[in-house]
Design a protein around this ligand. Sequence first.
Ligand code: TRP
Length: 332
Amino acid sequence: MERLFSGMQPTQDAHIGNWLGAIRNWVALQDRYECLYCVVDLHALTAPYDPRVMRERVLNLAAAFLACGVDPAKSTVFVQSAVPEHTELTWLLACQTGLGALERMTQFKDKSDQNADNINAGLLFYPVLMAADILAYRAQVVPVGEDQVQHLELAREIVRKFNRAFGDTFPEPRPIVPEGSAKRILGLDGNAKMSKSKGNAIALVEEPATVRKLLASAYTDPERKRRTDPGRPEVCNVFTLHGFFTAPSRVEGIAGDCRSAALGCVDCKKELAENLLVALEPIRRRYLEVRADEEGLRAVLAAGAERARALARETLVLARRNMGLVEGGRRA
Ligand code: TRP
């Protein structure tokens, strides 16, 4: 089986965009690949954060993975900072990475523009750490969102440069966009990618009353101003969400009733809310259960880190040796 790595930052509580766009696919990939799924806390340090909430967020995100069906019996689930080989490999790879290439990364430019008074070196190194995450396991396959494809291309470039300089050490990891995956889930504003920080998200463990309220405020077709105006489902984000949560036969009916104005936005959103709640209910229940047993959760993460570390250590032995570093200081 080929090896697969993916990671998610604990910058926010997991929301339906994370589930539809990523975690749901991770679950589906578990039987086809040897999977490693990582809470990438070190990446999250590149943005300002409160140290008192980081710990909670890491555990919350790990609990969300499990609640969605990531199975620690099949996949290695762990926290990035528990495996120091990631940071060690970051340095080894950084010395094979062009500064210009890092400065050209779209995400680095965007984040620098948004935060002109706090451009930290971690933001620049972000893609090198990401390459190290993948290469520490010599993973061949990496499910990512569209916005991360550029980083993965850079990882491939680093591999080629490294292998040319030091001999065949890493495979070139390839991105995969699993079938039926939602590439980019828009938020309730129907405009930006769903994100808790933009206030346009529905968390996976939202109270049902909150889900109903949030959906009631969701943007629909901006040109549909009155109840009697015909709507355009093809531009309506609420309709897109129906595609994920509503029976296909009914989705067709909704499209027709929206166009003919037989169905108004208020009722359309109510219907979506009920369907969404049915889908979220088992995840929410399982999340609360998993998160309540913190000891059990930490044990899962510790076992995952141990397994991951054993694999990463092997890679580092190889990388160090190929780079000409002396194995001194380590007992054979
Ligand atoms: N940068 C990724 C994101 O923001 C998260 C990530 C970190 C990742 N390391 C990774 C994804 C390695 C895939 C593989 O979505």
